[in-house]
Design a binder for this molecule. Structure first.
Ligand SMILES: Nc1ncnc2c1ncn2[C@@H]1O[C@H](COP(=O)(O)OP(=O)(O)O)[C@@H](O)[C@H]1O
Ligand SMILES: C[C@@](O)(CCOP(=O)(O)O)CC(=O)O
Ligand SMILES: [Mg+2]
Length: 439
């Protein structure tokens, strides 16, 4: 069992093909990005030891509950036969949590606090010491890059560590592909709990975002249907793709976009089902292309992939999840003949990706960036694939080291509250400081 203080982190993702259709059991392809969420867990001072506190400055939420005021009495008993949580939320607990959240009205804050409380009550116990859970993301929030899932994975990982449901990652061999059964069991459990966090945040998630945020890398994911389990194929030799990631900065909530598609499907099943089937077919085509050996990834291969990006976007437009700002991004990339563009994630705003032609001159890409930034859009540089969930624990081997860590942690605490994206990345970031270990 791990005790505070410690940090956990999980990445965001880019869905390359298949968003929305993924909710209906169709395959989708996504990869982790280097932008991540970080969660710092610290113990309260003695005078606040009966409180649990959330510090979520990215959504301007700071809130404390008296631990004993929370509805521990309705927490569902865990089945002894299985360690995995059920995939449905418990209605009685959800209803009881309404009471604990009466003062948190903003939907962005409320959904994040609900995800925390649900997981906290299910995984912890009322006799645990008072703690603060501070979250910061280097990801844009509500922009299609899976910030909700990366936060859900962080919450699940921290609470599973505190409750002893999982152990910190065991060191893998030098080769990152080395399989470690204990780590695998831990990350599967974190993924399953994070799915419930995602459910709290947006109702009907497919599970692809939490799968990528937990496991990292690139995956083809298909949600379970009719009792068949989820499929999660790790795509190890994912080809290097030249992508631009552009945030339209148009805020939207995944919950709303997913609900709009559900309404369209209900009102026009004969129209909407073929669109979802079309997305399924193109994702399967893309999957075959992305698994091709490197020597076959020629110009024709590249053009095919771009065509599929274009068609996927068109079908998402038909589902009603684009936005004039996303269309402006697509048109700018089309005009400069940079490549093909699609929205990524739930749409309605948020991010688009452009799959850049290999032979496009850098000057044209620069021109596109300038045009987009001139319109108030943000162009991100990020790499695909990479680590999934991990944690950073203080080493307890000697007192001096511990003190040094506590000092550092104190400044981290402020950094997590105040710094901008670069500060966070520099101070605690995966890839910036040593000590991170991954499941
Ligand atoms: N850094 C964060 N701190 C607190 N809550 C967050 C953070 N990032 C995401 N969330 C939660 O996730 C929600 C956004 O999720 P969603 O609408 O699915 O968009 P996306 O996952 O594409 O960013 C926010 O409204 C909030 O509840
Ligand atoms: C629209 C959807 O396919 C992806 C949503 O991703 P995001 O929350 O917009 O990052 C929903 C899902 O698969 O859960
Ligand atoms: Mg989300």
């Amino acid at each position: 069992m791990v005790s505070a203080p410690f940090l956990v982190s999980a990445p965001g993702k880019i869905i390359l093909f298949g968003e929305h259709a993924a909710v209906y059991g169709k395959p989708a392809i996504a990869a982790a990005v280097s932008l991540r969420s970080y969660l710092l867990t610290t113990k309260h001072a003695a005078e606040f030891s009966d409180c649990v506190t959330l510090e979520f400055p990215d959504v301007k939420l700071q809130y404390s509950w008296k631990i004993h005021s929370l509805p521990w009495n309705v927490v569902p008993k865990r089945s002894m036969d299985t360690v995995r949580p059920p995939s449905e939320l418990n209605t009685a607990l959800m209803e009881a949590l309404e009471q604990s959240l009466v003062a948190v009205l903003n939907p962005l804050q409320r959904s994040a606090a609900l995800a925390f409380l649900y997981l906290y009550l299910c995984l912890c116990s009322p006799d645990m010491p008072g703690m603060t859970f501070s979250v910061r993301s280097t990801l844009p929030i509500g922009a299609g890059l899976g910030s909700s899932a990366s936060v859900s994975v962080c919450l699940a990982a921290a609470l599973c560590l505190l409750s002893g449901e999982v152990s910190p990652p065991e060191t893998k061999g030098d080769d990152d592909s080395d399989f470690n059964a204990a780590n695998y069991a831990s990350i599967e459990l974190i993924d399953a709990w994070a799915f419930l966090g995602e459910r709290c945040i947006h109702g009907n998630p497919s599970g692809i975002d939490n799968a990528v945020a937990s496991h990292g890398g690139a995956v083809m994911f298909q949600r379970m249907t009719k009792g068949n389990p989820n499929v999660r194929e790790s795509m190890r030799n994912f080809p290097p793709l030249k992508l631009l990631l552009i945030d339209s900065r148009q805020p939207r909530r995944t919950a709303v976009q997913v609900a709009n598609v559900a309404t369209l499907l209900q009102n026009y099943p004969l129209v909407t089902e073929p669109i979802l089937n079309g997305i399924q077919a193109l994702t399967s085509e893309a999957y075959k292309l992305l698994l091709m050996p490197k020597e076959k990834c020629d110009d024709v291969w590249e053009e095919r992939l771009r065509e599929l990006v274009r068609v996927n976007h068109g079908l998402l437009v038909a589902l009603g999840v684009s936005h004039p700002k996303l269309e402006a991004i697509r048109m700018a990339a089309d005009e400069l003949e940079i490549g093909e563009t699609k929205l990524t994630g739930a749409g309605g705003g948020g991010c688009a990706i452009t799959l850049v032609k290999r032979d496009v001159e850098e000057s044209r890409i620069l021109e596109l960036k300038e045009r987009l930034e001139g319109h108030g859009f943000e162009v991100f540089e990020t790499s695909l694939g990479g680590f999934g969930a991990g944690c950073l624990l203080p080493t307890k081997s000697d007192a001096a080291e511990w003190e040094e860590w506590e000092d550092k942690l104190f400044s981290l605490h402020h950094m997590l509250g105040l710094g901008d994206r670069e500060d966070i990345q520099k101070t605690v970031g995966v890839g910036s400081i040593d000590g991170w270990a991954f499941w």
